[in-house]
Write a protein that binds this ligand. Structure first.
Ligand SMILES: *Cc1c(COP(=O)(O)O)cnc(C)c1O
Length: 343
């Protein structure tokens, strides 16, 4: 049985959170002399510590109550907070399926947590036989599942994730940074069924706001409360909250760009297939392609010398480059350049 209390770090469970001026008085109109702000200027006031306007809009859009939403300074803050809330340094563990997003590893190391890396199958799917052994370990607190996965680009089989949600008594953290590029459904629909589920999304990819640093996590309200207690009081700036709200209000612009990226992806796949340097293109549910080439190190550096930057993933998946879908012009330049390489 999953019991949230059993997996929270003790010091976090007993934490008396900081109460900011904006926590204690929540009204809008009035004379504000409570936060030692400068009365002059445009950015002179502290931002809403709970990003209420943004959560309200997300709540309408996703049909999730506001108290089941947490906003972070990028998903990277949310990953870090997850370690800090659930994992005792030098004692507890987390687990992920590799190759995957590098931040789980870095964040685990910063927090002195061992990250168990379970290799994906040859088709980049979860191998339940390899993970079963770890599920009964009471020091294993969190399983990070990146789906669609970076850098392999695919979505993971639903049944296997569901098995883990049922069987594991810790947190299942599903990182859906790329979900808007996929035809598959988000796991947020399953939040009412699984109290140990956290679903993380971001404004950095499909919403085009990587510079603004706004990440989202959806979970049951008990989990969200913990995140609110542990986060820095003003973790998302007013400018960034407004940027995200603005994007949500311009959903048509977002949808149009999403469609262009999807169309460009199909065009790029077809064109890459015809190149002699391309060995294999893995199926993609994201805005990037994992492409096996004849010699990744060489092609990568040839491209760099021509000012075209891809991600060399040779160390993770042999001879693979990760290529982000760019504008039609950028993709055309990439194709023409690879074509002209004498490799
Ligand atoms: C890009 C990416 C993110 C986004 O992180 P932010 O901090 O929100 O910009 C999260 N997870 C994965 C797997 C990513 O590739």
């Amino acid at each position: 049985m999953f019991k949230l209390k059993d997996i929270i770090r003790e010091n976090i469970l007993s934490l008396q959170p900081y109460s900011s001026a904006r926590d204690e008085f929540k009204g809008n109109a009035g004379v504000f002399l409570d936060a030692n702000e400068n009365p002059f200027g445009e950015l002179n006031r502290y931002p809403d510590p709970y990003q209420r306007a943004l959560k309200l809009k997300l709540s309408e859009l996703k049909k999730i109550p506001s108290d089941q939403i947490f906003i972070g300074n990028g998903s990277d803050e949310i990953i870090d907070l997850t370690f800090r809330i659930f994992c005792n340094p030098n004692k507890d563990k987390a687990l992920t399926f590799t190759p995957t997003y590098g931040m789980y590893d870095v964040s685990a190391a910063i927090n002195a947590i061992e990250l168990i890396k379970v290799p994906l199958t040859a088709e980049f799917q979860i191998d339940l036989n390899l993970v079963e052994y770890f599920l009964s370990d009471s020091t294993l607190k969190v399983i990070f599942i990146c789906s669609p996965n970076n850098p392999t680009a695919n979505i993971f089989e639903k049944e296997k994730i569901e098995y883990l949600l049922k069987k594991f008594n810790g947190i299942i953290f599903i990182d859906e940074a790329y979900i808007d590029f996929s035809d598959s459904e988000s796991w947020i629909k399953m939040l009412t069924k699984y109290p140990n589920l956290m679903v993380s999304q971001t404004f950095s990819k499909a919403w085009g706001l990587a510079a603004a640093r706004v990440g989202i996590t959806y979970a049951n309200e008990e989990i969200i409360k913990l995140f609110n207690n542990v986060k820095l009081p003003y973790n998302v700036s007013d400018l960034n909250q407004k940027a995200a709200l603005n994007a949500l209000s311009n959903a048509d612009f977002f949808k149009k760009n999403l469609q262009i990226i999807k169309t460009e992806k199909q065009k790029l796949i077809e064109a890459l297939k015809t190149l002699t340097q391309v060995v294999k293109i893995y199926p993609s549910d994201a805005n990037f392609l994992l492409v096996e080439v004849t010699d990744a190190n060489k092609i990568y550096s040839e491209l760099v010398s021509r000012k075209i930057i891809t991600r060399n993933r040779n160390a993770l998946v042999k001879n693979c480059l990760r290529i982000t879908i760019g504008t039609p012009e950028e993709n055309a330049i990439l194709l023409q350049t690879i074509k002209n390489l004498s490799l």
